[in-house]
Design a protein around this ligand. Sequence first.
Ligand code: SF4
Length: 425
Amino acid sequence: MNKHDSERLTGLLLARGFALSSPENAEILIFNTCSVRRSAEEKFVGVLTYWRKKRANEKVLIGVGGCTAQKEGEKLIEMLPGIDFVFGPNDLSRVPELINNCLQGQRPQISIEGKSGVELFSLPRHREEKFKAWLSISSGCDNFCAYCIVPYVRGREKSRSIEEIVTEAYQLVKDGVVEITLLGQNVNSYGKDLYGQPRFGEILQAVERVPGLKRLRFTTSHPRDFSFDLIDIVKNSSVICPHFHLPLQSGSDRVLKLMNRGYTQKDYLELTQKIREEIPEASITTDIIVGFPGEKEEDFKETLKVVETVQFDQAFTFLYSPREGTKAAEMEDPIPQEEKKEWFLELVSLTKKTALERNKLLIGKVLPVLIDGESKKGQISGRTATNKVVNIVDDNFLEGCRGKIFEVKITAAFPYHLKGKIVFD
Ligand code: SF4
């Protein structure tokens, strides 16, 4: 979501005559922040401090946007002197005006009043890749999970109309995009605010019919709102990727209730079992929080049990960090941090093991891989439809292969990636 906002902001500024530059040479430095975890905020402070010092003797405007900016507003300038303008995620369209005001000497500028992100959908955008694109179907969230700051900073859920989404999908494919990812904080509740009931299945089917589109992804799903007919829609499609990202957060019913997630361990296991039965080749990935306030060892064991049962293809694991203003931040939290860290390491090692087991099942298979980048070792790399990274072991560098799909024979498996060889015939 945050990356897509950066694409919009860049697109808007380019359309207004600004140009992209390196941080060493730019006259304006803009930081797009994330406040979902404390570590993201700490990283932002570190990076900002670095650039502020490095360019201290030059005339550089500094702007800070995103969720941290929305949350802190004016306080951010008091905490981190040197910032010239601050804007929230729903105020992107005002950035050119804020910059102009600053250039005319009116500093600081603060804009955090934007109530909904809907008007942002029509902003021009500058995509990093020409062959793949994010497509927002909604903004904001109505769920108020106890640990999460998103509904407070991005506002309530607002869906875009089906017509607008499909029109944009046609335009993207016309521009050369082969892979679209539908984006929403909770894609499964898409349309509730606009049509009185969720219509995510319809969106998937309408976009998959766009001629020329090769891959359609979606993120993020909410297990509570995920309807079983979506499994059939994915199963019967050659375009919708069989990858389900279903944030578990905890395997304990007691903790799930405290988190206000709206499902139980049994619900989650039924859903994932159904996916495994109907689409055995599908990948299931997840997010898990360790050390939520009040979580006990027996709760943590329930999480381990779910991980063992589902055998996730990948799990993003996080140590809980309190976000000021959320319900969870006010809850009692007697478990020592050291103990939480031990649980965390245990969970990481288990999820790594299950990911490797799942990946090993692919050795010897030939899978279509969309080439989209390079590995750290300089090998070309891409992704399977199930969103697994494949590094290609090939002596012949494939000129102009980015954005193309190749058949790749998987030769080796690791917890976080696969290795393979292109099959030419
Ligand atoms: S569904 Fe929950 S975790 Fe996800 S954005 Fe909404 S409130 Fe946050």
